[in-house]
Write a protein that binds this ligand. Structure first.
Ligand code: PMP
Length: 275
């Protein structure tokens, strides 16, 4: 069962309009939630980020935030989802193609669930990455549908036979195609500050909270691709990838080339937040 506009309906009954501004302009916003044991993980944080993005792009919700929370909770229940994800987006609505905000269009919400297990193998074994120029706009803090640069970057990784890209602006690392990046050097955890150049990841915030609780020194400071190459440990954080170790960047090993002790400790603590 999907949610579309204002009802729960089967996917096959959804009739999308070609005039939806999501198609023409990527004029919409989205969120991805993880569902553990039938519960939406960090629901409030995701909804707050959705609200913030909506405000910044001047998109008025068709529902209140508590109503959206209830719709998504109902969606999970109707689909009997135990372990998986919920995708939701809201576009600015349907109107003949023209750049200005349409005066009468109603925003359109779409949401659905996917049953998908945690990516246990890559969480355990880690992944490889390449560096890639971050050519995105200067509002990467907004979770909008304009994901073509992320799509191009991710495909470049796959074309190189690795799983992820480390995005950088003239040598300063920002984040990855759909996750944030952290490194450990001499026991200190570094990650890019939550400004306009990265998405303010919910998992990033959880991991920083866990690190501080473990008395691990945390520095929300940008680092370079050279610092990444010389790091003791590196890992990405995200709703679907959780904490996934990065073992190799551009063919060179990070640290000893296996998931490090800080990464493992944070992974252990992370599981405790939902298990
Ligand atoms: N950065 C980007 C560009 C992303 O798309 C995502 C995934 N939504 C993240 C970081 C991680 O954010 P979160 O932990 O909220 O999933």
């Amino acid at each position: 069962m999907y949610f579309y506009k204002n009802e729960f309906i089967p996917k096959s009954d959804i009739h999308l309009s070609p005039d939806d501004r999501g198609y023409y302009f990527g004029d919409g916003i989205y969120e991805v939630f993880r569902v553990y044991q039938g519960q939406l993980y960090e629901q409030e944080a995701h909804l707050q980020r959705l609200q913030r993005t909506a405000n910044e792009v001047r998109l008025t919700f068709p529902f209140t935030i508590p109503q959206i929370g209830q719709i998504l909770t109902d969606l999970v229940a109707k689909n009997k989802l135990i372990d998986g994800t919920v995708y939701m987006q809201i576009t600015r609505g349907e109107a003949p193609r023209a750049h200005p905000f349409p005066s009468h269009a109603e925003p359109v919400m779409l949401a659905y669930c996917t049953e998908v297990p945690r990516p246990a193998a890559t969480i355990h074994n880690g992944i490889k990455a390449i560096t890639f120029a971050d050519i995105r706009w200067l509002r990467c803090d907004l979770k909008t549908l304009n994901l073509l640069p992320n799509v191009m970057a991710k495909q470049a990784a796959l074309d190189h036979g690795v799983q992820e890209v480390v995005l950088h602006r003239e040598g300063t690392v920002t984040e990855c195609s759909a996750s944030n990046l952290m490194i450990v050097k001499d026991g200190v955890l570094y990650t890019h500050p939550a400004n306009h150049l990265i998405l303010h990841g919910i998992t990033r915030a959880v991991v920083l909270r866990l690190a501080r609780a473990l008395d691990m020194p945390v520095k929300e400071e940008a680092f370079t691709t050279d610092q990444l190459a010389n790091a003791d440990e590196a890992f990405i954080t995200g709703t679907t990838v959780e904490i996934t170790p990065i073992l190799e960047v551009d063919g060179g090993p990070i640290g000893t080339g296996v998931p490090g002790p800080h990464t493992r400790k944070l992974q252990e603590e992370f599981v405790r937040t939902f298990a």
